[in-house]
Each structure stands twice: as C-alpha cells, then as structure tokens.
Design a binder for this molecule. Structure first.
Ligand code: PPS
Ligand code: ADP
Length: 507
C-alpha cells in the first residue's frame, strides 16, 4: 500500500469509476492512511471466510471486521482480475473527485445489483478536503509528533464535560502518559452532533486537559458493540496509543491496555470531582447523562457550570440551539385526499402569521411542476420525488428555517432517507401521518382520481393498486374523518408547541 508505485495513466483513464457509500469511503480513508494496518486494501473472499470462521485473516492476523466495498453489478462483471488493464476501479468522493484506485484481485456478486471487490488501494488526488482536514493526520504523522513513553488514547465521540475531563486528567497523571484525543468524524456522533461541531466542542475543552495531540479519524460505527470496540482498539494502536481510557465500550487488543475509570461525582463542598463513594450523598451531584444534557439544550436552559466548562457549553448551545430556534422539517404523509395539503397549508399560514419562523411550504403541485418535472408515479420516480423534497427541506432547515412538505411518500425507506437528511443537517424532523382511511379519501375524491382508478382508467393509484407502507415511526398520527380542518391544524400546532418546536404564544 502507498508504496509509491503508480498505475499507468491510460489504465486509470480507462478504468470505471464509482462513488461508494459513506461507510465504504470512511474505510477507504483508513486503509489509505495506514490506520487499518496491516490491511492494504478491501478484503477478498478468502480473508472474509477466514474472518467469519476464526476472527482472523487468512494469514492468521487477528482482525475484527469485514472491510469490503461494493460496486454496481455491471461494473463488477466487466472486470477481469487476470488482466492488468481491466482490473482497476477508481473510487471517487461524492463530488466525483478520485480518491483511490483499487487493483481488484477478487470480485463476486453480493446481490442482484451489486458486486463486492477486494484488492489493494492506492491514493489518487490530493488527499481530500473538508472542515478540519488538517486534523486528519496519518498514524505515521501522529507517531512522529508523540513524545516517547506511554500514550493515553481517548476516543472522543462525545463532547467532554467536567467529569470526563477529570477522568482524563487523573488517568494521564497516574500513567505519566501523553494524551492523544481521537475524534471520530464520519457522520453525526451518538449525540447527533455534526463532526465539525464535535471537533469544536473538544477544542473548547482543551485548556481543561493535559497537553494533548488531537487527531480526527473517519471511524464509522458498525452498530456491533464488540466489533466496533475491537476496531477502535486496532486503530488506536496504529496511532501509537499504549493505554486507552474507556469512555464507553472499549476492548483491549493487540497489546493495548484499557483503563476503566471510576465513576466521578461533583463534590459541592469544594467543587472537585472525585470518586462518587468518597462523597457524602447530600454533597454529591452525579454527572449528567447525554440525554439530560440534550434536554437542557433543547429547552434552552444553560448547561450548569459545575458540569460543563462555559466554552464547551457555548459551542453546544450554538450547534444545538433550543428547539424553537432550530431548523425543522414537518413532513406529512398519507393517501391522496387524506388532508395533507389542507392541513400543511393551514399550518404554514398560521406560523407565518406569528412571524416567529421563516416557512418554506413545499406544495405538492409546485414540487411536481418545478423540482420533479417529468417524474411519474413508479416506485423509482416517487422515491426520487420524495428525496428531492427531503433534500430541499433539509437545506432550508440547515439554516434554521422550517419547511413543511406533504407528498404521499408511500415508501418507508424514502421517508427514512428524508429523516436522515434533516438530522444530518442538524434539524428536527416531525413525521405527521394523516391516517384518514382510504374509504373516506375515496369518498372525498377531489380530483376524481379514485373513480378513474376504480374504472381501470388510471394505473398505480396509491391505495387502490399501488402500495402505501404505513409509518411505524410517525411523531403524530391523525385521522381527519371526524375532524374539522381547523381542529386538524390545531392538533399539529399543539404537538409542535408541546415538543418545544414552536413558541407557546404562537398557537
Ligand atoms: N398514480 C397515482 N398515485 C397517487 N397519486 C397520483 C397518481 N397519479 C396522479 N396522482 C396525483 O399526484 C399527487 C401525488 O403526488 P405526490 O408527489 O404527493 O406523490 S409521491 O409522494 O411521489 O408518491 C396526488 O395528489 P394529492 O391528492 O394532493 O395527494 C394525486 O392527485
Ligand atoms: N379535518 C380535515 N383536515 C383536512 N382536510 C379535510 C378535513 N376534513 C375534510 N377535509 C377535506 O379533505 C380534502 C383533503 O384534500 P387535500 O388536503 O388535497 O388532501 P391531500 O393533500 O392529502 O391529497 C379537502 O377537500 C379538505 O377540505
């Protein structure tokens, strides 16, 4: 890997290129930087089989997770691993800039549409861009900066408040170790903070910790606690860490020692954090849970100084302002005629009257005319339509606006994608299922579409001969059969007020 050898220009020029999924790109970065040493590329079937059977690569090296990459089936089928001119795939970032070339040594179908590829990766391009790129140092660069001796690693996937800072200071002092803070920076962390905000929050605590080296690493959780912990240990070791402070689930591996810190509490007699059992109950305050911190921020209360350094609190309240000042996507879903547009429009009007929020109303007809012109009602077209709406809605919400959209959005996956886009934009997402039964919608039949569908003149009408996947994750469900329009709007407004998204006086 990274051995300086270069593939001939014409091989690269003719090679197919593809943008893999976010977690594959994250793995690619770790392969390229050497953080996944001794791995030099995506794994092939021999290694994957050995891994599944014995938790080791084929050559016996222990390794916790499959590191794989998929490409479209047609691209995979056209490769020839025996032909040096036809076995290279260029992987690009989401903007289409080449990141690496994979010299494919194994490829196999994983589903009807996708093939996996295994093979050595080589960096292309300038090594990437993005916020805090300068912190994305390679293990080699970091190791060159570390003083000799013990290195205490902290995987900081959450902001550091006073209890964690006290634990870190105590562990570094006890071990006489240099501190290396590793910040995972792919996608939102467990607290939903965007990576840049997490980095800022960690930096804001810097003057409260011993001298530290800070590195940003595109480590993405695989939602398997054990394997994630082992992988973190491997990566920490690659960065020169000798001891790691457990801040959740950490396992040892490859000679790494894990320190499990004692639970600290705040002693209000002298303002120190010490082992909770050393403090009389009436003098101790326990550390807040992440949910408690989030709740204070959501409601617009300041984080208390005994718990959070003011600079950290400032960063957190900046990135997670109270709900009433945060971006929000209100997304209505339901059958045609269920009442989505009527309620959404009424909600938008009422919020505009109060003037507290800027509202973007993504009217269904306008969307289909402007954003989604040319799309029909096949599953693919509906998904495209809903994703476009979601994309625009999330961008509005990224800038603290409120967007209201009301497509049928019959498929759960597309709705989930919209929720993810809003969350990634640091905004809230409220799914309102207008669950008016089909018979009622059909009776209303404002546009005569149901009658045409029943008469066989219209194909693929949602609810008649096209599916509607009932949401299992709606924040609010309402059936408008026996409700007036004003009542329906009021139910939604009341929910938004109760959950803190809208000022009470706006109702
Ligand atoms: N086959 C079929 N199925 C459902 N709906 C149909 C169809 N053909 C046209 N229409 C009209 O298009 C409106 C739904 O468009 P959407 O953009 O909301 O649909 S989707 O979310 O992309 O599924 C919907 O409008 P609303 O009644 O406002 O929901 C229908 O009037
Ligand atoms: N409580 C209610 N909420 C919303 N619409 C209602 C209600 N009661 C009756 N309606 C009527 O039902 C129809 C809903 O149509 P529309 O809002 O266009 O539905 P959709 O956007 O889901 O296709 C409108 O004619 C509306 O006046």
């Amino acid at each position: 890997m990274n051995d300086g050898s270069v593939l001939p220009e014409d091989v690269l020029r003719d090679a197919p290129s593809y943008t893999p999924r976010a977690h594959e790109l994250a793995d690619l970065e770790l392969l390229l930087s050497g953080a996944y040493a001794p791995l030099t590329g995506f794994l092939g079937r021999v290694d994957l089989t050995a891994l599944r059977r014995r938790g080791r690569l084929a050559d016996g090296t222990p390794w916790p997770v499959g590191v794989t990459c998929e490409i479209p089936a047609e691209m995979g089928a056209a490769l020839n691993v025996d032909d040096p001119l036809r076995r290279t795939v260029v992987l690009t970032d989401p903007e289409g800039a080449p990141v690496a070339a994979v010299e494919v040594s194994d490829t196999w179908p994983t589903s009807e549409r996708m093939y996996a590829i295994g093979g050595t990766v080589r960096r292309m391009g300038d090594g990437g861009h993005g916020p805090f790129q300068r912190l994305r140092r390679t293990p080699e660069e970091v190791k060159a900066l570390l003083p000799p001796g013990r290195v205490l690693g902290v995987i900081a996937d959450r902001p550091l408040h006073r209890p964690q800072l006290a634990q870190i200071a105590h562990a570094a002092r006890t071990l006489a170790a240099h501190l290396l803070i590793i910040i995972p920076v792919t996608g939102p962390g467990p607290d939903g903070l965007p990576p840049e905000a997490l980095v800022r929050a960690i930096f804001a605590a810097r003057d409260r910790m011993p001298p530290a080296t800070i590195v940003a690493v595109p480590l993405m959780p695989r939602n398997d606690e054990m394997r994630d912990a082992l992988l973190r240990a491997r990566v920490a070791t690659a960065y020169g860490v000798t001891h790691v402070l457990s801040t959740g689930d950490m396992l040892s591996g490859g000679g790494l020692r894990v320190l499990v810190p004692r639970e600290l509490a705040y002693d209000n007699r002298d303002g120190q954090w010490r082992w909770r059992d050393d403090i009389p109950p009436r003098n101790r305050r326990l550390a807040m849970t992440p949910a408690e911190v989030e709740d204070l921020l959501d409601r617009g209360f300041p984080l208390p100084e005994w718990h959070t350094p003011p600079a950290v609190a400032k960063e957190l309240s900046r990135v997670r302002p109270p709900r009433r000042h945060r971006g929000l996507v209100v997304f209505f879903t339901g059958f045609s005629g269920s009442g989505k547009s009527t309620i959404a429009r009424g909600l938008a009007d009422s919020l505009r009257e109060s003037g507290e929020r800027t509202i973007t109303f993504l009217d269904g007809d306008v969307v289909r005319r402007e954003l989604s012109a040319g799309l029909g009602f096949s599953r693919a077209d509906r998904d495209r339509n809903v994703r476009r709406i979601g994309w625009v809605a999330a961008e509005v919400a990224r800038h603290r606006g409120m967007s209201i959209a009301c497509p049928i959005a019959p498929y759960a996956d597309a709705r989930a994608a919209v929720r993810a886009m809003a969350t990634e934009a640091g905004a809230g997402f409220v799914l309102v299922h207008v669950a008016t039964p089909l018979e009622v919608c059909e009776r209303r039949d404002r546009k005569g579409l149901y009658a045409r569908a029943r008469a066989g003149q219209l194909r693929g009408m949602t609810g008649i001969d096209d599916p509607y996947e009932v949401p299992a994750d709606a924040e609010l469900t309402l059936d408008t059969t026996d409700m007036t329009v004003v009542e329906a709007i009021d139910v939604v407004l009341a929910y938004l007020v109760e959950s803190g998204w809208v000022e009470p006086n706006m109702k």
